[in-house]
Design a binder for this molecule. Structure first.
Ligand code: ADP
Ligand code: MG
Length: 264
């Protein structure tokens, strides 16, 4: 099982150093309904390896659903999502586990296990899903906690940590399988204002590492300063995609203009 992971790590390094960027995530005419409610409408999207994409838009516009479709927390109703050019529709069992090994996910509410220490939260998947030896998994968890500045909190339980620290543990956990894509769903929305900065800093470091990042966020500073591209969604559609400078200074779609007037 460790081989699978090291292969993933090698291919990640390969794709990052590849001069011609490959496509990490591609949506082809993707729609998603809940019952009769169409919440993602014919979305086409292409994200290159190593790109950092910020997804913004009003509440209910489909942002969470869009990224949850990528690692199949939701399944598409129509169309196709390709990860590194491979179709993903209908994957299950070990193929789905393999897909999720390549794709980390960070939730708004951290979703840490309350009864496990920070270190055990991070190492759990390596032991339970990937068959690592406990000592190896713990070592890797500690290295990741160090990377997010929490080496001295490894033995703390979630309730002993601030919201910002919990979210940094969750980021370490999302990185434990060396994913080459990481998805964030409003990672700072549940945090007190004074803790937002520490999480954004970790995300900024991560962005420099060459991992592909898709970040649903209301942090316009993140979108402006760190993202390579901003996507604006409304009503289940991508209404605008632009480089941050163009999006913030020259939004084209009237709904994007209205949205920016409200949030800026
Ligand atoms: P956003 O993240 O932009 O706020 P969501 O993707 O969460 O938007 O939701 C888009 C629409 O889909 C909303 O109308 C929401 O109520 C609906 N929706 C999301 N998840 C579900 C679900 N599991 N069942 C039914 N409706 C859902
Ligand atoms: Mg959401």
């Amino acid at each position: 099982q460790q081989d699978t992971l090291s292969t993933a790590a090698t291919s990640a390094v390969f794709s990052h150093s590849n001069a011609a960027k490959t496509t990490a995530v591609e949506f082809r005419q993707v729609s998603k309904s809940f019952g009769h409610h169409l919440v993602i409408r014919n979305v086409d999207l292409s994200v290159a390896s190593g790109d950092v994409v910020a997804v913004c838009g009003p509440s209910g516009s489909g942002k969470s659903t869009l990224i949850r479709l990528i690692n199949q927390l939701e399944t598409v109703t129509d169309g196709e999502i390709l990860i590194h050019n491979k179709p993903t529709r209908g994957l299950n069992g070990s193929a789905l586990r393999e897909l999720r090994t390549h794709i980390g996910f960070v939730f708004q509410q951290f979703n840490l296990y309350a009864h496990l220490t920070a270190q055990d939260n991070v190492s759990l998947a390596l032991i339970k899903v990937h068959g690592w030896k406990k000592s190896d998994a713990r070592g890797k968890a500690l290295a990741l906690l160090t990377r997010v500045g929490l080496q001295d909190k490894a033995q703390h339980y979630p309730e002993q940590l601030s919201g910002g620290q919990q979210q940094r543990v969750a980021i370490a956990r999302a990185l434990v399988t060396d994913p080459d894509i990481i998805l964030f769903d409003e990672p700072t929305s549940a945090l007190d204002p004074e803790m937002i900065g520490e999480v954004l800093l970790v995300m900024q470091e991560l962005a420099k590492s060459g991992i592909t990042m898709i970040v649903v966020t209301h942090e316009m500073s993140f979108a402006r300063e760190i993202a390579d591209r901003v996507i604006f969604m409304d009503g289940g559609e991508i209404l605008e995609q632009a480089e941050p400078e163009d999006f913030f200074l020259r939004p084209q779609h009237p709904r994007a203009q209205r949205f920016l007037q409200k949030v800026l």
